[in-house]
Design a protein around this ligand. Structure first.
Ligand SMILES: [Zn+2]
Ligand SMILES: [Zn+2]
Length: 690
């Protein structure tokens, strides 16, 4: 292609733009006339596939991506517009990267431009060329020579060594499930495998994905300490745009040898990528929940396959999809059965039957006694309650009024500290009313407990204890989450109460008790994945306890679960630390019920002011295309039907064959575009919440 256009004065560029209208658009590129003072001395660089180009589009100017170059176009000459500028300062995006975007566009049924263009940093797309040049200059000054050899590495146990050897020995596509209990040293396997891969060539790059960087700062610290001689880039949504461009460029130019990022980093440009790690691969945050609803985990596996490199999926509670792949031998299972720290043992898990134990301030007597014991011994306790706010709802005893959001199918949550009622779905808020809006009764009662109310109750029961809360409300300011975790690490906290935020990544050395306060609701959720998620969450939060070595004569860590269903198989599997059995049983159930991963799904969602409008559209959609081998279920309102004054309904489409489903969707979506309707709709492939 480059040879072909070597001497041309003009050509047609096929440009992908961030619009749902089409895959690409044709524009004419004219070789700019040389400036008189330059004469013919300076050659104009010719455009290349993978470069960015600025083009007129309607009344706007859009930055798009050159995906093809040709002599011909079907656009009539009178309508053909000219390219305004081509960004030649940066090396073009690679054919591999374009192939990844093309695959994602195809699989998730979106135009290429809607995938590829937003995957690039905003400052690259909209910033001035001078800004870009400044960034490039800054990068050119950094680390002229890089030394990828790691600083001293700790010794591995035999299982860890076997895992590192297996990963590093793979010179082709090799998916590995690194299955190990919390504290079994998965991170050390990532680090030493990365060191081996980096040592194989002086340009190799490694991509490490984590669910959330801010909650797992220890991994970033470990990476920087271990590989102090090389450039490490981070990519996540919390970064300022300038910073993001800097790090993206470092990866794109091959300077950053390690890239650590959240799900969006899977679409980073990495010209010398040689290994991908996905930590906590089961975590739901790998699935994007708006716009292009991609799974970073699935794209990672595809990318590794395309590049013929190893990919490591790490978890103590693998997703059932991954578990099934490992079971049938598509993924190699590498198992870490022991905790890595010598003499550290798994905590004892017990259930407390709420039918027999009446709780006081949300805490049963056995749990209160267990906390008291920790206080006496100077150890820390962690209480896990996945519900922020003071109380999930307030109610009037006299007339039955309850605080509902008028815009959503949801309650308004009571936040006592700032006297507000808040909807956690649409953001609506108001002052807590002094009396009942219906009957005037002044005695409004909070129902149920959130983390704020637990904090208050704990302070009542243990007045001398230092009680500390970590949730989205207490850590709203930038940097406050890190500061909060530091407080716990410094030992300035006796009892920590928190939401799932406290379950991730942190090793609390002095923590020997974990209490799960109200996990039952997930057992009977309509969402069939709820129990899988609950198990993962409880296992993860339980893993915060007892990670340090048992002191001589010390006590074994405990996990206490308050439940009304002490005989539920999920709790039995937790007590036995037996994820294998739990996962195998769930897989069997899923197979019998024809559910994922034994069937492939897509979900058509529709939103409208009136529920009926949305349902009517879905009924129309259900019959508009022929469908052999496809099951189309009945349209139903979504569980949370109304959010911010919009009603939502859904239609589930299933097939045992992924290619059949893909073929159907292609045709179906084209037909849906032609349907006359005022609803807003979208199709999600492999939906997580149904
Ligand atoms: Zn009332
Ligand atoms: Zn609301």
């Amino acid at each position: 292609m480059k040879v072909y256009i070597k001497f041309v004065e003009h050509c047609i560029l096929k440009i992908a733009l961030d619009t749902p209208l089409d895959t690409f658009f044709d524009y004419r590129w004219l070789k700019p006339a040389p400036a008189p003072e330059n004469g013919a001395a300076e050659a104009t660089p010719l455009p290349q596939i993978g470069q960015l180009a600025l083009v007129p589009f309607g009344r706007q100017e859009l930055m798009g991506l050159i995906v093809g170059i040709s002599e011909h176009t079907d656009v009539p000459a009178a309508k053909l517009k000219d390219v305004l500028a081509v960004r030649t300062q940066v090396a073009p995006l690679s054919e591999h990267w374009l192939a990844l975007c093309r695959f994602a566009a195809d699989y998730y049924q979106r135009p290429l431009g809607e995938v590829a263009v937003p995957a690039l940093p905003r400052n690259l797309r909209t910033g001035k060329p001078t800004l870009l040049e400044r960034h490039l200059k800054k990068l050119a000054k950094l680390l002229p020579t890089q030394d990828a050899s790691p600083n001293p590495e700790p010794a591995l146990n035999p299982a860890q060594q076997e895992a590192v050897d297996a990963i590093a020995a793979a010179h082709t596509f090799a998916p590995h499930l690194l299955y190990g209990v919390t504290g079994s040293g998965k991170t050390e396997v990532y680090l030493q495998a990365a060191a081996r891969i980096l040592a194989q060539s002086n340009e190799a790059q490694v991509l490490i994905l984590v669910p959330e960087i801010n909650l797992t700062p220890q991994l970033e610290n470990n990476l920087r300490l271990r590989f102090s001689g090389i450039q490490i880039a981070t990519l996540h949504s919390g970064m300022a745009e300038g910073e993001r461009l800097q790090h993206w460029l470092a990866a794109h130019l091959g300077q950053a040898r390690i890239v650590l990022g959240t799900r969006l980093a899977i679409l980073a440009s990495l010209p010398h990528l040689k290994m991908i790690v996905i930590d906590e691969e089961h975590d739901p945050s790998y699935k994007q929940q708006e716009g292009l609803r991609y799974s970073a985990r699935d794209l990672a596996v595809w990318r590794a396959h395309q590049l013929a490199i190893p990919v490591v999926l790490g978890s103590a509670t693998p997703s059932l999809e991954t578990w099934q792949h490992a079971k049938v031998g598509r993924y190699r299972k590498l198992e870490l059965r022991e905790r890595a720290v010598k003499d550290a043992v798994l905590p004892v898990v017990r259930v407390i039957n709420l039918e027999h134990e009446k709780p006081k301030e949300g805490l049963t007597t056995p749990l209160i006694n267990a906390i008291r014991k920790r206080l006496e011994r100077g150890e820390q306790s962690l209480l896990f309650l996945n519900r922020r706010g003071y109380a999930p709802v307030i109610a009037c005893d006299a007339c039955g009024w309850i605080s509902n959001c008028t815009r959503c199918t949801a309650h308004l949550v009571m936040h006592k500290l700032d006297h507000r009622l808040r909807c956690h779905h649409c953001g609506f808020e108001q002052r807590i009313p002094r009396n009942c809006p219906t009957c005037g009764n002044i005695d409004l009662q909070p129902l149920g407990r959130g983390t704020q109310r637990m904090e208050e109750g704990l302070q009542l029961i243990f007045p001398e204890a230092r009680v500390f809360r970590i949730d989205a409300d207490s850590t709203r300011r930038k940097g406050s989450a890190e500061a909060a975790f530091d407080t716990v690490h410094r030992g300035e906290v006796d009892i920590l109460i928190g939401t799932q935020m406290v379950a991730k990544g942190h090793d609390f050395k002095n923590l020997t008790l974990v209490g799960a306060l109200n996990p039952d609701s997930a057992l009977f959720s309509q969402d069939y994945r709820a129990s899988e998620r609950l198990f993962a969450q409880l296992m993860q939060v339980a893993g915060r306890a007892g990670r340090a070595a048992q002191k001589e004569g010390g006590n074994i860590s405990e996990v206490l679960i308050q439940t009304r269903y002490p005989d539920h198989p999920l709790y039995h599997a937790l007590m036995a630390h037996d994820y294998d059995r739990f996962a195998n049983d769930l897989l069997e159930e899923r197979q019998q019920a024809s559910m994922p991963p034994f069937i492939y799904q897509a979900l058509l969602r529709a939103e409208a002011k009136e529920l009926q409008t949305a349902l009517d559209f879905l009924h129309q959609a259900a019959v508009c295309t022929a469908h052999a081998g496809i099951t189309i279920n009945d349209p139903i309102p979504m569980t949370m039907t109304r959010v911010a004054n919009v009603d939502r309904a859904q239609l589930l489409v299933e097939s045992v064959s992924r290619p059949a489903l893909q073929a159907f969707l292609k045709e179906w979506i084209a037909t849906l575009r032609g349907l006359k309707s005022r609803v807003k709709w979208g199709v999600e492939i492999d939906p997580m919440d149904i």
